[in-house]
Write a protein of this length. Structure first.
Length: 499
């Protein structure tokens, strides 16, 4: 059986806690790997190594950092198939989707390659006689990232490339459900020339997470995951004096107006709801149909959903793979089996789906629930599986009110041909990311990703300008150099004046 150990100080470090976690191939249900689960002492060791590395990395030149990142980008590009294969083997998503994940992570590496521009300071001269004021940004020290199972390569790459480009050192705690991609990312960084200890990977469960949150030498924590855990991360790490960005769950809505291109809207709804088996925080999980279009839209969604090919992620014919674990599969199925009792029309029920030859895999088919009420479990909860719910409203205003009443505010979309309605929507909707005829409005790397309300805890979104600001702190320097020809001015106890 394959074993995944920690990566600390530029080398593999065997787990010493004696605790191991199983890693399953979701397509077969078989345990293929064991992953080391770190103790608090092992976390402390990784942080100590990162702290020692910061002494030199924090003052390294921008030219050194960007040179390494450019080489790293080339290595990632050359090995993208290998990274994607690890994702498919442990997460289950189809290979093409895994490749897309790697590509989106590479965007942030490319952003980090241009960190020289992002870290430029500001200068004001002659704010007073011979007085100049400058502002600079400096790294924080050791920072940590805690990342989810659904994007085992992309989300880590949303964090550590920017963090190390800014001069920090990094301790990554990836999901123990699919840990191998994180180790390969770290190995390739070392191959690119990243000094030992700048990037470390510690595998573990809650014990490792809690050790990072309380560690006095960890200056900041980045997290992506569910809302309850994001709230815990934010509360706990903040109580220990750390800077925190904690991205939580979502219930992303797609508002479809009567004038929309219903074929395009149906295509988008199926792609956004069922891609990656719905295990995406940016998945569209609720369609809000406005006016009389509901029946036609649901029929078009059903027609497309019934054609989706479900199978192992390494089969090129597969369009959707299994769910990550059997327990998660059963949880997702429970929302569908209980939907009718809560008033929904079950248009498609995927709970009985199996794949021939892979009967022990974590399979579930596509489910479509129509005329769902806002107080039903299938609507209120983040299901994180291939379940799409449809709600009906009579007017645009009712649709916006329904969406804004949700405790989540991650992403949302509107489908319409009316530019005025789209403009109004993007201003009125209470969400951090908005798509106009775009179903999954994930920003490109040089803009920032993040939601509102219960989808984000902390003040900074991830990557983009917000990411650079999160991983640095500002300093303002006021300088006065007397003219050499003048004698000292003497003591002045008055408040400094600029005029």
């Amino acid at each position: 059986m394959k074993t995944v150990n920690h990566w600390i100080g530029g080398k593999t470090v065997e787990g010493a806690s004696g605790n191991w976690g199983p890693v399953t191939d979701p397509a077969t249900g078989a345990v293929t790997t064991q992953v080391a689960l770190a103790s608090a002492e092992e976390v402390d060791s990784a942080v100590a190594v990162a702290k020692a590395a910061y002494a030199t990395w924090g003052t390294s030149s921008l030219a050194q950092r960007t040179g390494i990142l450019f080489r790293y980008r080339a290595l990632l590009d050359a090995r993208r198939d290998d990274i994607a294969a690890l994702i498919t083997a442990e997460h289950g998503k189809v290979h093409s989707d895994a490749l897309g994940e790697v590509a989106r992570g590479l965007e942030i590496v490319e952003l980090a390659c241009g960190i020289t521009t992002q870290l430029k300071g500001e200068l004001s001269t002659q704010v007073s006689s011979r007085v100049d004021v400058s502002s600079i940004r400096q790294p924080l020290g050791v920072v940590a990232g805690i990342t989810p199972f659904n994007f085992p390569a992309m989300v880590p790459m949303w964090m550590f490339p920017l963090a190390v480009a800014c001069g920090n050192t990094f301790v990554l705690k990836p999901s123990e459900k699919d840990p191998s991609a994180a180790n390969l990312l770290a190995e390739l960084a070392a191959e690119a020339g990243l000094p030992d200890g700048v990037l470390n990977v510690v595998h573990g469960d809650k014990a490792a997470v809690d050790a990072l949150l309380a560690h006095p030498d960890v200056a900041a924590v980045s997290f992506v995951g569910s809302t309850p855990i994001a709230r815990h991360i934010h509360t706990t790490a903040s109580a220990h004096g750390k800077r925190v960005q904690a991205l939580g769950g979502a219930k992303n809505h797609m508002l479809v107006l009567p004038d929309a291109d219903l074929d395009a809207a149906a295509d988008a709804a199926v792609s956004a709801a069922y891609g990656s088996a719905g295990e995406r925080c940016m998945a569209i999980s609720a369609v809000v149909a406005v006016g009389a279009i509901g029946d036609e839209l649901v029929a078009k969604i059903r027609e497309r959903a019934e054609k989706i090919k479900i199978g192992p992620g390494n089969d090129p014919a597969s369009e959707m793979g299994p769910l990550i674990t059997k327990a998660h599969r059963d949880k997702v199925a429970g929302y569908v089996t209980g939907a009718a009792a809560q008033g929904a029309d079950v248009v498609l029920d995927g709970t009985g789906h199996t794949v021939e030859g892979f009967e022990d895999g974590h399979w579930i088919g596509l489910s479509l629930l129509d005329k769902v009420s806002t107080d039903s479990d299938a609507y209120r909860d983040e299901i994180f599986g291939p379940v799409l719910v449809v709600l009906r409203t009579e007017t645009y205003e009712e649709g916006v009110d329904l969406i804004n009443a949700s405790p989540f505010g991650n992403g949302t979309a509107i489908f319409t041909r009316d530019g005025g309605a789209a403009r109004r929507f993007q201003l009125e909707i209470e969400a951090g990311m908005v798509g106009v005829n775009v179903p999954i409005p994930v920003p490109v790397g040089y803009h920032s990703f993040g939601g509102w309300k219960d989808s984000l805890f902390g003040d900074h979104h991830i990557y983009g300008n917000d990411g650079v600001h999160f991983y640095t702190r500002g300093k303002v320097v006021t300088t006065r150099w007397p003219d050499p020809s003048e004698a000292p001015a003497g003591v002045d106890l008055g408040f400094p004046r600029n005029h």
